[in-house]
Design a protein around this ligand. Sequence first.
Ligand SMILES: [Zn+2]
Length: 180
Amino acid sequence: MNKLIAVNSIDDILPEYRQTPIGLLLEYHNLDRPLDTFDKAKLLVGMCMDNRKHLHMPDNFAFIIRSGGANLRYSEFKVSYAIGVGQVSFIALIGHNNCGMVNLISRKNEFIDGLVLKAGWDRERAEEHFMHFAPMFEIGNETDFILSETKRLRLRYPGIMIAPLFYLVEDNKLYFIEES
Ligand SMILES: [Zn+2]
């Protein structure tokens, strides 16, 4: 796994992100900065749909797109909307450990059995569904994926500042993922 950089004080926020909405997010979530009032969004957060995570930040502060693994490849129109219409210039891309999108294939049977049992799907259709979509959503490992997704988004949206972050489910804190 790539190195994580803990943020336990304002000085730990990487200099390029201080005085930006990304630095503010870290102050709110990790450092208990009192919540300010916002009348429009300053930030787009991309994070996993996983239920174990909750961000501590003010109302109106951020657009949030949640998708498996914080994968925004299939949410680009929404990213563009947050930039074009919502006028945000910053994206915090937040991965987390123990992500269900890693080694998705190992959950194939569970996935199919669940759809058959819970949703009333027939087995063949559930299997087809899994085999079609799993390769699109599978990620190799959580931090590598966030770093590569950050690179991709920086090329796609060169005017936007994007930070690769990580949420540890054990302490519920945000970390920077070190970029080489
Ligand atoms: Zn996840």
